[in-house]
Design a protein around this ligand. Sequence first.
Ligand code: G1P
Ligand code: ZN
Length: 543
Amino acid sequence: MNIVTVPTEPIAGQKPGTSGLRKKTQVFMQRHYLENFVQAIFDALGGAAGKTFVIGGDGRYFNDRAIQVILRMAAANGAARCIVGQGGILSTPAASHLIRLNATDGGIVLSASHNPGGPDEDFGIKFNTPNGGPAPEGVTAAIHAAANGIREYRIVEAQDIDLARIGAQSVGRMAVEVVDPVADYADLMETLFDFAAIRAMIAGGFRIRFDAMCAVTGPYGVEILENRLGAPRGTVVNRQPLPDFGGMHPDPNPVWAKMLMDEMWGADAPDFGAASDGDGDRNMVLGRETYVSPSDSLAVIAANAHLAPGYAGGLAGVARSMPTSGAVDLVAAALGIPCFETPTGWKFFGNLMDAGRVTLCGEESFGTGSDHVREKDGLWAVLMWLNILAARGASVAEVLEDHFSRHGRNYYSRHDFEALDAASAETMLAALAASLPDLPGTEWHGQTVAAADSFAYTDPVDGSLTENQGLRIVFGNGARIVLRLSGTGTSGATLRLYLERFVPGPDGLGEDPQTALAPVIAAAHDLADLHGHTGRTAPDVIT
Ligand code: G1P
Ligand code: ZN
């Protein structure tokens, strides 16, 4: 085995964000770029000698090439074994499961999640720890520090392995096992949900449309929904993972999954619609002419999870990211279980799940999951909903209406302002942050500010403090505004404006959220002087 030690220099900007390092694909393809970061991961771990890693990605452009490089580097750094998904494919939740199932030393996941893929689009890489979850802040900081001090990386001279062939291969002295990316994950789902009940519901004529958006969940959806649950062939659309996701923006929301939205609002719509993102951790759930907001989905799942066999014993607790609506808090209070509020990003849920303090977690950004893995899990949420519908014999709209009548409705929306000038966006938030202490008592569009702060989080398990996680303005009537900048973008700045207003027990499904939130939206624009700082009056994406 010929190990080559390549001299290199630190490359600016190798700082992991909300979910790993994300850059333009061309940046990752620059000389030494990927190699530096991978070596930094191994160095931050104290070396790779004797270790086992899971490696896979969402199939986007450069996924397969990056995997061959990572394998050669793992071998050169002395790793004992790598488990790789066939074709280089592993959904993020399936990677998390394999890391745990095989008691490995962690995994390297290649994905830029819901960002478009292709030579001129986005790529990403992140390290997951042995619990299966995204590396916590301490580890990402160590990786960043290692990248900043890098002088050389190690790589073996070897042929590519055959990613298409399941079974044992090797790179140098390192064993490589190419595995079916779907089988273990599908088996796990069968242990959590009542497949017999879902199968019977489908056999009885219940119709599903699952849009895999030409991304990683195609093979998972086909195996689970069509092969194991008996849904007709064609239930899963856009089922072939493509390097450029067929030109789609693989983000499961009403804007980007428009084809699915049109079908669910069209004549002869299916009973249930769902979509997942590039790497399979996000989900959107729809009924016939019914949209379920992610925050509501989390609350409904919390209230009904006991109907699924894997959760029949109840939930230890729930957690949501701070900008996610308080709908799940109301369910937790009704159930008498704890509810935690964490910063944005799945990595903040890991400690709570590892400590057994929460079973269920969710984010407003179409992320829901449980302690079955340590990532959010799109297909898991779809199966949970199908299990709930099968157990209750009700439609999506009926389940939602019943939920709102019991717990009230947290009207909710997120407005994204994309490609802002980064300096202007930062100035705007700095100005708003400086004004926070003076806001209580002031009135904005008929609403009086009750509290305003910059969100800081002390992890109840390890005591670590994370500050500056978003500006919060809460009004006396319970309405809430949150502002923060995205940590996953690859160019300019994206402002995320989160808007919420609670109404007890509306009639039916209530009114359109944008209408219900109009005074909150107006207050947010004025409070931040959004137009003055950014020149924008309307968001680019509303979810
Ligand atoms: C976004 C979402 C966040 C999610 C992350 C990774 O991060 O808002 O909830 O955890 O993607 O999927 P952001 O771009 O807001 O930093
Ligand atoms: Zn994702």
